[in-house]
Design a protein around this ligand. Structure first.
Ligand code: APR
Length: 256
């Protein structure tokens, strides 16, 4: 991490009255949750993640898709927040009354478990399965149960909805589906009013989420990108802190 860039980013953080953290899969990578575009392994090796994560994929092979999501839900339930999640939560507490918000594309609850209280979830939650047909939430015994899935994956029949008998599906937003409008509207307003917009671990290629980075940059926010790799988000960046979330965020936010 270049010290001059880190110092410029820290200045932007100190000056800001309203800071938004916008996070993606890289935020949870150090907690052991594979990013979406990591090579798929085991049973799913030869499948396109964009197909597995779609209503079409679920309709054509529900057992393959449900097995994949139950394996991912297990990973989330067994994971712990990393130093990056903890730094954001501690920073939010330390800098009150300045406004700090977290907008995430992640379907895990690691920000909340680190202590962030008000997290906008753009892509739903893997912890909230619901009926594919009638949207009734899955019963608590399913939601609270930690899956016990083999590392190489397996096909798994989705349980039936208690109300209509339809198949239960993951509570995430799939490719081709609309984002929850209240969450996206709120995230849009936050991007429009942020002084500093910190983009952590997102490739910036999935729309409309990625449009929030452009929106923040165009209305004049300092855009700080935290990522070990060059990503599409860097096009809007005021500065790029090259490194992992768990290394960079504690240094950026002065929380250790
Ligand atoms: N710290 C920070 N960034 C990291 C780390 C890390 N330890 N490890 C990887 N990254 C970066 C990668 O370099 C990449 O830029 O995280 C980014 C992950 O990109 P994607 O896997 O494309 O994830 P994301 O941008 O969140 O995807 C958006 O698409 O997959 C769907 O709905 C899913 O919410 C997801 C959305």
């Amino acid at each position: 991490m270049d010290p001059a860039t880190l110092s410029a980013a820290r200045d932007a953080i100190h000056r800001a009255g309203h800071i938004v953290f916008f996070t993606g899969a890289g935020m949870s990578a150090e907690s052991g949750i594979p990013t979406f575009r990591d090579a798929l392994t085991g049973l799913w090796e030869r499948f396109d993640p964009a197909l597995l994560a779609s209503a079409e994929g679920f309709e054509s092979d529900p057992e393959l898709v449900w097995g994949w999501y139950e394996w991912r839900r297990q990973k989330v339930m067994q994971a712990a927040p990393n130093a990056g999640h903890r730094a954001i939560a501690a920073f939010t507490t330390n800098v009150r009354p300045r406004a700090v918000h977290v907008v995430t594309q992640n379907v895990d609850d690691l920000h909340e478990r680190a202590g962030s209280e008000d997290v906008v979830h753009l892509h739903g939650s893997i912890l909230a399965p619901r009926c594919f047909a009638c949207a009734t939430p899955a019963p608590p015994e399913l939601i609270n149960m930690i899956p016990d899935e083999p590392e190489g994956g397996r096909r798994l029949r989705p349980p039936p909805c208690a109300l209509c008998g339809g198949p239960v599906r993951p509570g995430v937003v799939w490719f081709g589906e609309s984002l929850p409008s209240a969450a996206f509207d709120r995230a849009t307003r936050l991007a429009q009013t942020a002084d500093t917009f910190v983009v952590v671990g997102t490739s910036g290629v999935v729309e409309p989420a990625a449009s929030l980075v452009r929106r923040a940059g165009r209305q004049g926010a300092a855009v700080i990108v935290v990522d070990p790799n060059l990503s599409a988000s860097n096009r809007e960046a005021t500065c790029w802190l090259e490194g992992s979330a768990g290394d960079v965020l504690p240094a950026l936010l002065d929380v250790r």
